[in-house]
Design a protein around this ligand. Structure first.
Ligand code: GDP
Ligand code: IMO
Ligand code: MG
Length: 429
């Protein structure tokens, strides 16, 4: 038995949460392997809507174990709020949520540092979610971070204090007035107090050595799904650096973020929107700054699940999609949100870029420094509302042609298509 993986092929928000939830009944374990509460994964069913930031999207199935792997970074205060929201809907996580002892903690002062650093960047800011992601992964790599397993250590408070003091020095160097900065609506001191109190909740969860845990599950023949956060084009190595997040969002992150050997990887589900979105700064060659882009934003409700920011919208970018498929070894594609294009009589797809007067069909190193003018192919739209999967109707012919066109271009089958936010609005091909 191998571990299947689902990851985003664009700039995040492809609809990973929805699809993981749809696939969960087939799996006994769902595991997050990287990222932190910068993620916002939306799940809708029975008229209810949930947004998860740290907890895997398999949590709505009582029989599925949900594991937060060592590669994930955790803000205990955000996690506590997340658990509270689930509890309000009678979803209990005490028996099926497991946390790696090696997962790093996002301290309140990491969030200050994130804000101070973004503030100092001025026009060059990344557009971070300000959840402390960059500073926490920085401390992990510089071997100064605190981990879930450290909370019970007798010197935890001292280590917390000395890391915090280092952060405050840096914040001062940035000239950042942290006393007047609010974190999730409250001042630093109040947030720190909330954070400390939330450690009780984190401690009450089941802590595991997740690398042993997941490999044991695998030996027992359990079906496991790894759930990515963010997307390939935000990967620290392969994304549009520096406008990226601070983790490996691509397939390699599964191995390092869960303790899995590469030969344990099974199917790789690559998920993408029928168009493209991006939230935050950075290059976006097919971005539409016109009415068509605005219509996509409104119809697709393209506003950040974590920050509420408007997402930038544009046409599907095939060179970028092929790049993501190559990097991840995608075996099956899942296309999301085609319903958002319902009212269009024609749909454009970028098949190459023009850069420095040359035609290129790959993602160049200069992605952030040179203009890439997309070269488009134009396809007919279906220009009719998408039927519901259980209506007995089939999908519009022009939509089927759009699917086949992409399959043909990238040479990977599209095995699922999503045409609405609800669980039920999913077609299996
Ligand atoms: P994730 O971060 O990849 O899990 O994606 P998000 O939850 O941040 O963003 C996807 C948004 O699109 C959410 O609001 C979903 O409810 C919604 N969504 C997912 N699939 C579809 C779909 O096929 N059609 C439409 N219209 N909305 C969808
Ligand atoms: P999910 O899992 C979309 C973006 C931010 C910013 C950049 C760096 O919901 O798909 P960070 O907070 O990581 O330092 O921000 O990455 N970003 C996301 N964009 N979806 C996400 O997650 C994202 N997580 C981070 O907007 O541009
Ligand atoms: Mg999201």
């Amino acid at each position: 038995m191998n571990v299947d993986v689902l990851l985003g092929l664009q700039w995040g928000d492809e609809g990973k949460g929805k699809v993981v939830d749809v696939l969960t009944p087939e799996y006994e374990v769902v595991a997050r392997f990287q990222g932190g509460p910068n993620a916002g994964h939306t799940i809708e069913f029975d008229g209810k809507k949930f947004v998860l930031h740290t907890i895997p999207s398999g949590i709505f199935n009582r029989d599925t174990v949900n594991l937060i792997g060592n590669g994930v970074i955790i803000d205990p205060a955000i996690l506590e709020r997340e658990i509270k929201k689930l509890n309000e809907s009678d979803i209990d996580v005490s028996s099926n949520l497991f946390v790696s002892r090696k997962a790093h903690l996002i301290l309140p002062s990491h969030r200050l540092l994130d804000a101070a650093s973004e503030n100092a960047k001025g026009k060059g800011k990344i557009g971070s979610t300000l959840k402390g992601i960059g500073p926490t992964y920085t401390d992990k790599v510089s071997r100064e971070g605190l981990r879930v397993g450290d909370i019970c250590a007798s010197d935890f408070k001292d280590r917390f204090q000395s890391l915090k003091e280092k952060h405050l020095q840096l914040v001062k160097l940035f000239g950042f007035d942290y006393k007047n900065h609010l974190i999730d609506g409250i001042d630093y001191e109040a947030y720190e107090q909330q954070w400390m109190e939330s450690l009780t909740q984190l401690n009450a969860l089941q802590h595991v050595d997740s690398e042993y845990y997941i490999n044991k599950m695998l030996r027992q023949g359990k079906k496991i799904l790894a759930e990515g956060a963010q997307g390939t084009l935000l990967d620290i190595d392969f994304g549009s650096y520096p406008f990226v997040t601070s983790s490996n969002t691509t397939i390699a992150g599964v191995c390092s973020g869960l303790g899995l050997a590469p030969n344990k990887i099974g199917k790789v589900f690559g998920i993408f929107k029928a168009y493209c979105t991006r939230v935050g700064s950075g290059p976006f060659p097919t971005e539409l700054l016109d009415e068509t882009g605005e219509n996509m934003r409104q119809k697709g409700r393209e506003f950040g699940s974590t920050t509420g920011r408007a997402r930038r919208c544009g046409w599907l970018d095939l060179p970028a999609l092929e790049y993501a498929i190559m990097l991840n070894g995608v075996t099956e594609l899942i296309m999301m949100k085609a319903d958002v294009l319902d009212e269009l009589s024609e749909i454009k797809v970028a098949t190459a870029y023009r850069m420095d007067g040359n035609l290129i069909d790959y993602v160049p190193f200069e992605a952030c420094t040179k203009v890439q003018d997309p070269v488009y192919e134009v396809l007919p739209g279906w220009n009719q509302p998408m039927p519901e999967p259980n209506s007995g109707q089939s999908i519009p012919e022009a939509f089927e042609k759009y699917i086949r066109y992409i399959e043909h271009k990238v040479n990977v089958p599209i095995s699922m298509v999503s045409t609405g936010p609800d669980r039920t609005q999913t077609w299996f091909r």
